[in-house]
Design a protein around this ligand. Structure first.
Ligand SMILES: Nc1ncnc2c1ncn2[C@@H]1O[C@H](COP(=O)(O)OP(=O)(O)OP(=O)(O)O)[C@@H](O)[C@H]1O
Ligand SMILES: N[C@@H](CCO)C(=O)O
Length: 327
């Protein structure tokens, strides 16, 4: 269960009172998610009609200095009409607060608008098309976002993971021995100068809330950074258009991601040409973080390890198919 921080009833009451959202009526821990602690908060609402929020307590993996980038981005995108939850600012106007936990630790928290919807386990082409549109929508809306953030999961990080896993690929699977060479090959062929915006960089199905075929929420922007927009399309294609284990590619879903995206923001010929290499890179990025977690997550941790091979299979697919992988 992803609630690493204990907050007693009275402390929770006092924390929620710092936001002008009515009186707390319930707080339930959310099991999904691994990085931070999350609760669904219900209050009486300002006018008494009831209101719901997500309370996030940031745990070790999130850098506090980066919170303004992520939380102000939500407000920027939401104000532009994107399906993204707003940050609820506290009575002093701050987007996040420091507090002391019941165990005496200083941590930070934010209150986020609750959005309806559920994540798709087996996405349909209709849902994928809507996700493609929503992704293009955030890229366009973020073009005038004033802040920048470096991709902390970019090439330097890939090389760091390769170094950390050196000599240990076989503990996962001998098929991964090729990864160091594959990473250098992709970095050497990486196109430069492609149009940039703020990219989500982790738009997996569990980070999209859907009501039927409509996107009701894009969430979990904690990898968002400045980067080539087509890389985000590649991440989304890799995340959505395969079975979880990467053994089966769903062409109709992949095509629908691109169709939806291009209905809102057509790709340039350079971006189109970059899709295969970007998709190889996107596959390696998730292969590498999964391999690192596989080897370095302590036994007995609460987290379910994700399979790196699922992204090795995607990498193989994109290498084999090249431009033919895309409509
Ligand atoms: N704004 C929101 N509205 C409704 N539900 C939300 C919202 N934000 C988060 N959730 C729910 O909370 C769950 C956990 O959130 P999230 O994925 O952001 O957690 P995390 O631990 O930061 O993520 P991760 O494990 O992906 O790094 C989501 O799966 C979703 O069900
Ligand atoms: N979405 C990622 C985890 C967050 O980086 C994965 O499935 O490996």
């Amino acid at each position: 269960m992803a609630v690493y921080t204990r907050i007693g009833a009275e402390a929770m009451d006092a924390l929620i009172a710092r936001f002008d959202v009515g009186t707390l009526t319930s707080a339930k821990g959310i099991a999904e998610g691994v990085s931070n602690s999350n609760w669904i908060i219900e209050t009486t609402g300002k006018s008494g009609g009831g209101a719901r929020f997500i309370l996030t307590v940031y745990e070790e993996r999130t850098e506090v200095e980066e919170l303004p980038f992520f939380l102000n981005l939500l407000d920027h995108l939401s104000a532009a009409g994107c399906p993204v939850p707003r940050t609820i600012h506290d009575v002093d106007g701050a987007p996040f607060r420091e507090f002391v936990t019941d165990d005496g630790e200083t941590k930070h928290l934010a209150l986020i608008e609750f959005l309806p919807g559920v994540s798709a386990d087996n996405p349909t082409p209709g849902q994928a098309e809507a996700v493609g549109r929503a992704l293009a929508g955030i890229h366009l809306a973020a073009l005038d976002y004033p802040a920048q953030r470096k991709n902390t999961m970019g090439h330097a990080a890939w090389r760091g993971f390769v170094a950390d896993c050196e000599g240990r690929w076989g503990e996962i699977d001998s098929a991964l021995e090729v990864v160091p060479t594959a990473v250098e090959d992709v970095i050497a062929r990486w196109p430069r100068g492609l149009p940039q915006s703020v990219i989500h960089a982790d738009l997996f199905p569990d980070n999209v809330l859907l009501v039927g075929d409509s996107v009701s929420g894009l969430i979990d922007f904690y990898f968002a950074c400045t980067g080539p927009m087509v890389y985000d399309v590649a991440v989304t294609h890799a995340a959505w258009s395969f079975s979880g284990d990467g053994k089966r590619h769903d062409r109709a879903v992949g095509d629908a991601i691109l169709r939806g995206y291009e209905a809102v923001r057509p790709l340039s010929s350079e971006e189109r040409a970059a899709l295969p290499i970007m998709s190889e890179g996107a596959s390696l990025r998730f292969l590498l973080t999964r391999a690192y977690d596989w080897l370095f997550t302590p036994a007995g941790a609460l987290v379910t390890k994700k399979d790196p091979l699922a992204f090795k299979r995607r990498y193989d697919f994109y290498q084999r198919e090249g431009a033919g992988a895309f409509a």
